[in-house]
Design a protein around this ligand. Structure first.
Ligand SMILES: Cc1cc2nc3c(=O)[nH]c(=O)nc-3n(C[C@H](O)[C@H](O)[C@H](O)COP(=O)(O)OP(=O)(O)OC[C@H]3O[C@@H](n4cnc5c(N)ncnc54)[C@H](O)[C@@H]3O)c2cc1C
Length: 404
């Protein structure tokens, strides 16, 4: 008899083929090399080049623009497999995915034609930027501002923080304040498509006024760069207002919040991937390591850990795929995406810690992969809304849906 969950875990032939392909890619290209790039904190260029060849930068971009035209569910399956290899690799495509989502949903025809074909191949990559030095959770406190000049260009001034792919991206979808008097505040923000020179700290020419300081040193999530962005008189043409000036001015907050909903499914899939990898490592190590004359896997206390980890992985995967499938079906998924992000990121943290405990002292050694996972997993508790913020979102949505 089919289990009730099968409607969420079933794969089409296409999904199975692409997931197996990415799984193999992670086994052969990502896992053997992650330790090197993590240790050096250097960008995994050869892996990213292969991802371009596999078409992974255009998974959700429509075929008419050169992408694969696949849905969010398939994308989530791919992200799980990449993150099982190393969450930094999924980090390279995640902000790009959000940028392409913003363009597909809110961009006008000219913007789609200008950017999507080159984004689909990975020739240009995208970052997205909300956070600033003084804010992350409280997005409406954004201070970076844009003011229209007499020539029609918008001059952007201010400082952004924690921009993943901040250096190597060519486009930054950046949310800034355009109407300081707006009440409520969220009606005064605009999303600009800020173009820049990839890999350049001090932009010049058309992009002068945008500086990318040296990358931020982090606990984990190495390899993919996180940077500040300093806008100081950066001039953005009016056609780079997302959706066009007429449709997009002061509409940026709602656009970004919409994108964060799919972004949460994306982070949830990363949580599933890292939790799955921790489970695999724990299953292997617990059968190899012996104490008191038998493999530690034969001690009930260790079996309980494995049982809890496997249960968390399965539950996280189900929540993630459910949120993705609802979105693909055009149904409301804001509550479900929040639940998936909260549960799967916490499952990632739980599973890496249990795996580390199962490894005993060796878990604390750089010789073992779990050490990297232990440093990487906490990011998922923070990015795209902390667990506290997810609970606020979930609570608010629950009350909206069940208003008496
Ligand atoms: C490696 C990394 C990559 C990132 N990449 C990006 C990116 O590409 N683009 C981008 O825009 N941002 C990015 N971020 C930023 C990230 O989204 C923020 O760090 C996150 O939203 C939290 O904001 P904050 O750090 O300012 O914490 P704060 O908002 O200052 O929160 C501090 C603490 O207070 C809690 N808190 C805040 N408000 C409340 C409340 N109302 N009730 C209860 N508790 C509350 C939080 O949960 C947290 O525990 C990245 C962050 C990291 C670490």
């Amino acid at each position: 008899m089919a289990v009730a969950a099968s409607q969420y875990t079933e794969m089409t032939d296409e999904q199975r083929a692409i997931t197996e392909m990415v799984h193999q890619f992670a086994d052969e290209q990502i896992l053997p090399n992650a330790e090197h790039y993590d240790r050096e904190d250097s960008f995994p260029e050869p892996i990213v080049e292969q991802m371009k060849e596999l078409g992974l930068f255009g998974v959700t971009i429509p075929e008419e623009y050169g992408g694969m035209g696949l849905d969010l569910t398939t994308y989530a399956m791919i992200v799980e497999e990449l993150s099982r290899g190393w969450i930094s690799i999924s980090g390279v495509i995640n902000t790009h995915f959000i940028g392409s989502y913003l363009l597909m949903k809110f961009g006008n025809d000219e913007q789609k034609e200008k950017y999507l074909p080159r984004m689909a191949t990975g020739e240009i990559r995208a970052a997205f930027s909300l956070s600033e030095p003084e804010l992350g959770s409280d997005v409406q406190a954004i201070k970076t501002s844009a003011k229209k000049g007499e020539d029609g260009f918008y001059e952007i001034n201010g400082q952004k923080m924690w921009v993943t792919n901040g250096l190597l991206s060519s486009l930054v979808f950046v949310l800034v304040k355009t109407d300081p008097d707006a009440d409520p505040r969220h009606k005064g923000f605009t999303c600009f498509i800020a173009e820049k020179e990839p890999g350049v700290g001090e932009n010049t020419g058309d992009y002068a006024g945008l500086t990318v300081p040296p990358k931020i040193k982090k606990l984990g999530y190495k390899g993919v760069e996180s940077t500040e962005l300093v806008f100081d008189g950066y001039r953005c043409p009016p056609e780079n207002v997302l959706g066009g000036e007429q449709a997009g001015l002061n509409k940026g907050f709602a656009q970004m919040m919409d994108a964060l909903e799919v972004g949460r499914v994306n982070v949830a899939a990363r949580g599933v991937g890292i939790a799955q990898r921790a489970l695999e490592l724990a299953l292997r190590y617990s059968q190899e390591r012996k104490t008191f004359g038998k493999p530690i896997a034969e001690h009930q206390a260790i079996q309980f850990k494995l049982a809890d980890m496997a249960t968390q992985v399965e539950a996280a995967r189900l929540l993630t795929l459910r949120a993705a499938r609802l979105k693909d079906a055009g149904q409301r998924s804001d509550l479900e995406a929040g639940m998936a992000k909260l549960f799967a990121s916490e499952a990632g943290r739980f599973c890496v810690e249990e795996c580390l405990r199962i490894h005993g002292g060796y878990g604390y050694s750089k010789e073992y992969e779990i050490e990297r996972l232990y440093r990487d997993a906490p990011l998922l508790l923070i990015g795209e809304g902390t667990s506290e913020i997810q609970r606020m979102v979930i609570g608010r949505k629950l009350l909206q849906r069940h208003k008496i």
